[in-house]
Design a protein around this ligand. Sequence first.
Ligand code: FAD
Length: 401
Amino acid sequence: MNFYLTEEQKMIQQLTRKFASDKVRPLSEKIDATGDVPSSLIEEIAGLGLMGITTPEEYGGGGMDTVCYVIAMEEIASACASTSTIVTVNNSLVCEPIFRYGTEEQKRRFLTHLAKGEILGCFALTEAGAGSDVPAIKTSAVKENKEGLSNNPLTPFVKGEGDGYILNGSKLFVSNGKRAQVVIVFAVTDASKGHRGISAFIVEKKTPGLSIGRVEEKLGIKGSETVELIFERCRIPKENLLGQEGDGFKIAMNTLDMGRIGIAAQSVGIAQACLDEATKYSVKRVQFGKPIAQLQAIQFMIADMAMEIEAARLLTYRAAYMKDKGLKFVKEASMAKLYASETANKCAYRALQIHGGYGYTKDFPLERYYRDARVTTLYEGTSEIQRLTIAKELLKEQKPD
Ligand SMILES: Cc1cc2nc3c(=O)[nH]c(=O)nc-3n(C[C@H](O)[C@H](O)[C@H](O)COP(=O)(O)OP(=O)(O)OC[C@H]3O[C@@H](n4cnc5c(N)ncnc54)[C@H](O)[C@@H]3O)c2cc1C
C-alpha cells in the first residue's frame, strides 16, 4: 500500500494547479455572471491535453491514468466548477465510452478529435420521464428498410435507404449540449426487451432533425450550459451505433461509473476551495478583539472540513486507482461520489457560515461555491441512487451461509 503520487501524477498536479490559479480562477466570477466559459479557455485546456486525459496517445489523448484525471479535475474544479463540468463530460462521458465500445473507425473519426479537444462531446441519457429510472427512456431508434416495415411493432414504421436508424424523441439536461459537436445518445431499439432493448449512438450535431430545445436557467454551474436536445426523424447511419444493438444500458451504466469518479473529484475541488477561503478569511476577520480563527467554534468547523475533504479525496483516489488496476470499482465509485458530493455541500455551508453575512454577498466567492456544490449530489446519479448502488454491490458480495 502506498499513498505517494507517481512522478507523472505529481507533474499533472503542479501543472493543473498553476494553470487553474493563473488562468481559470481569474475568470471564474465572470463565467458565473455571464453563464459562459470562453472558448479560448477550453482551447487552452485542450492544449494542455486535458480533454482526453486517459485516452491513449494513439487516439489523440494524454495516455495518463485515472488518478491523473482526478487530480486534474480537482484542481480545475477548485478554481471554477463550471469549467470542470465541461472537462469531465468530455473526458468521462464521451471519450471513455467511445474508447471502450467504439469501433476502430469510430475511434479514428470521433475520438481522435474529441480527445484533442478539437471538438467537444456531450452525453444525452436523461428524459422528462426518465431520470434515475433510466430504462424508462422513450426516445426511439427504428431501423430503416426499403419496404418501410419496422422491425419493432411498438415503434413507427420507417421507409428509408435501408442501412440506418431513425431517431425520435427528446433528451433533457444535456451538459455541453450547445457547444458539443458530437452527442452520445441512448434510444430504444426494441421496446419489448426492457433495458436490454436500449442502444447507444454517436450522433453528429449537424445531423438534420437534431435541434436544441429548452436551455435551463440554473442555480449554479452557470457557465456549463444544460440544454434539451430534440430528435425529429433524425437519420443516423448504422456505422454510428456504439457497441451492439441492445448494449446501450450497459454502456450508460459503465460510463457513469467512470463519470462518478470525475464528479467525486470535482466535489473534492469545490470543497477544498471552500476550506481555503474559510481559513484565509478566519485569520483576517477580527471580532471581539481577535481573529475569529482563534475561536474554538470556528476551529472545529475548519477541522471537520479538512478531515472530511481528506477522506473524500482518499475515496476518490482509491476508486481511480482500482479502475487503473482493472479491478471492479462500481461500489467504490459510488462511495466516492456520494461522500465527496455531500462533503462539498457541507463544506460550502460551513465556509459560508464562517464568512458570516459577507459570505452571502457577491464580494466573496462563497455564495458561488454554495450554488455550484449543490448539483454534485444530483447529476450522474443522485445520492439516493448511489446508496442503492452501494447496497446492491455489497449484498451481491454476501455469500449464503
Ligand atoms: C446541471 C445538470 C446537468 C446534467 N447533465 C446531464 C447530462 O449531461 N446528461 C444527462 O443525461 N443527464 C444530465 N443531468 C440529469 C441528471 O443526471 C438527473 O437530473 C439525475 O439523474 C436525476 O434525475 P431526475 O432529475 O429526473 O430526478 P428523479 O429521478 O425524478 O429523482 C427525484 C428524487 O427521487 C429520488 N429517487 C428516484 N428514484 C429513487 C429510488 N429508486 N430510490 C430512492 N430515491 C429515488 C431521487 O434521488 C431524487 O431525490 C443533469 C442534471 C443537472 C441538474
